[in-house]
Design a protein around this ligand. Structure first.
Ligand SMILES: Cc1cc2ncn([C@H]3O[C@H](COP(=O)(O)O)[C@@H](O)[C@H]3O)c2cc1C
Ligand SMILES: O=C(O)c1cccnc1
Length: 357
C-alpha cells in the first residue's frame, strides 16, 4: 500500500453515531441516581455507544497490542537501562511475566506481542514477527528511518488491527516496549506541537537530573539535525519517531476504521495518538485516555488531544499497563447501562417528586 492509498483509506473513518449516543444519554438519565452523578463513567458509556452503535456493547475480546522496537538514540545514554532490555522484556512478556500480562489476566484481556523493529532475533510461537528494521538509526545523526519505513510501520499497525478484528477483537489497548522510546516520543511530540523539548522530556525509566539534561540535549540535536515539518506527520515519524510509535498509530487508525474503541496507555501511546490524529482527525473520537502517566509531558499531550484521563495512579511503565487497568472501568460503565434500575422500575421519585410511569 502506498502512502497515498494509506492516507485515502484513513479518511474513511466514520464519525460516532449521534443517535446511539443520545439514546445512551437518555437511558442514563432514567437510572436511579442524580443526573450526571456517575461522572466520567457516564461519558464513557455514551462514547462506547457512539463508537459501536450499540448500548452497552459486550466488548468481549479485548486485545492489548504491544509493539516492540529499538532506538538508535539509546546509544546517547538517554535511558536508565541498556538497550538489551527490549528483547529481554519482550521474551519475558511472551512468557507471561511482565506487568501487563498480570494486569491483562485480571481484566480478561489478550496480549498480542509484535516485533516491529527489535534489534535481536527473537522466535516464539506467539510472537508476531513483523520487523521492518532492527531498530531505528540514531536520530541525533540523521533520520531515524526512511519515509517508506515510516509508512510501513503505520500500515503494519493497521494490518494487525484488522487481523485482530477478524479474530473477534472489539476493543484495543495500546502497549509498547522499547528502551529509548520516551526520548523518541518526546522528540515527535515536540516536533508536532512546537512545545519546547524541556516541556515534554521526563525521567523515563528513572534518569537522574544529569540524565534528563543529556536526554533534552539529544532531542534538541535531533530536531536541529532533522528540521521537521509539523504539517507532514509521516515525515516527522521518519525523522525523529520510532517503529513502535508508527505501529501504534496504525493500530489506533485501524481500530477507528473498524469502529472499535481504543484505550490509550501512557506517554508513548499518547505520542502515537497525536500522530494518528494529525493523519486523520476523526480517529480522536475513538480514543479513551486510560490514565495520566507520571512521565512529564503526558498531561500536555493529553491536553493537545482533548482527552481527560480516567485514572491517576502515578504509574510510569508503559507496556499497556494503565490501559488494561482502565478496562475495569469499561466493564463498570457497561454494567451500569445493563443492570441499574430505572426510577420507573424501582418506584423511586425523580427530581420532580413523582415516580415516572
Ligand atoms: C525492565 C523494564 C520493563 C519495562 N516495561 C516497560 N518499560 C518502558 O520503559 C522503556 C522506555 O523508557 P526509556 O525511554 O527511559 O528507555 C520502554 O521499554 C517502555 O516500554 C520498561 C523498562 C524497563 C527497564
Ligand atoms: O508513560 C509511559 O508510557 C512510560 C513512562 C516511562 C517509561 N516508559 C513508559
Amino acid at each position: 500500500m502506498t502512502e497515498q492509498l494509506l492516507l485515502q483509506q484513513i479518511q474513511e473513518i466514520q464519525p460516532l453515531d449521534q443517535e446511539s449516543m443520545n439514546q445512551a444519554s437518555a437511558h442514563l438519565d432514567q437510572l436511579t441516581k442524580p443526573q450526571g452523578s456517575l461522572g466520567k463513567l457516564e461519558s464513557l458509556a455514551i462514547q462506547l455507544a457512539g463508537i459501536t452503535g450499540t448500548q452497552a456493547p459486550l466488548l468481549e475480546r479485548r486485545s492489548v497490542i504491544v509493539m516492540a522496537a529499538d532506538h538508535g538514540i539509546a546509544s546517547e545514554g538517554v535511558s536508565a537501562y541498556p538497550a538489551e532490555v527490549t528483547p529481554q522484556m519482550l521474551l519475558n512478556m511472551l512468557h507471561g511475566g511482565a506487568a501487563v500480562n498480570v494486569l491483562a489476566r485480571q481484566a480478561s484481556a489478550h496480549v498480542v506481542c509484535v516485533d516491529i523493529g527489535v534489534n535481536a532475533d527473537i522466535e516464539h510461537p506467539r510472537l508476531h514477527s513483523r520487523s521492518i528494521r532492527k531498530g531505528t538509526a540514531n536520530m541525533a545523526e540523521g533520520p531515524a528511518m526512511s519515509r517508506d519505513e515510516a509508512v510501513r510501520a503505520i500500515r503494519t499497525g493497521m494490518e494487525i488491527a484488522a487481523d485482530e478484528v477478524r479474530r473477534g477483537t472489539s476493543l484495543f489497548v495500546t502497549g509498547e516496549l522499547g528502551i529509548g522510546n520516551t526520548t523518541a516520543s518526546a522528540a515527535l511530540i515536540s516536533a508536532l506541537t512546537g512545545l519546547p523539548p524541556a516541556r515534554v522530556v521526563g525521567r523515563g525509566t528513572g534518569l537522574d537530573d544529569a540524565g534528563v539534561h543529556r536526554k533534552t540535549e539529544a532531542i534538541r540535536r535531533s530536531l536541529e539535525r532533522n528540521r521537521c515539518d509539523a504539517t507532514d506527520p509521516v515525515g516527522v515519524l521518519a525523522a525523529v519517531g520510532g517503529l513502535e510509535i508508527g505501529g501504534l498509530a496504525g493500530v489506533i487508525l485501524g481500530a477507528a476504521l473498524h469502529q472499535c474503541p481504543v484505550m490509550l496507555d501512557g506517554f508513548i501511546s499518547a505520542a502515537a495518538a497525536l500522530l494518528a490524529v494529525r493523519l486523520a482527525p476523526a480517529c480522536a473520537a475513538y480514543m479513551i485516555a486510560s490514565h495520566q502517566s507520571d512521565e512529564k509531558g503526558h498531561a500536555a499531550v493529553l491536553e493537545q488531544l482533548g482527552l481527560q484521563p480516567m485514572l491517576q495512579l502515578d504509574m510510569r511503565l508503559g507496556e499497556g499497563t494503565g490501559g488494561v487497568l482502565a478496562l475495569h472501568l469499561v466493564d463498570a460503565a457497561n454494567r451500569i447501562m445493563r443492570e441499574m434500575a430505572t426510577f420507573a422500575s424501582a418506584g423511586v421519585a425523580g427530581a420532580s417528586g413523582e415516580v415516572p410511569q
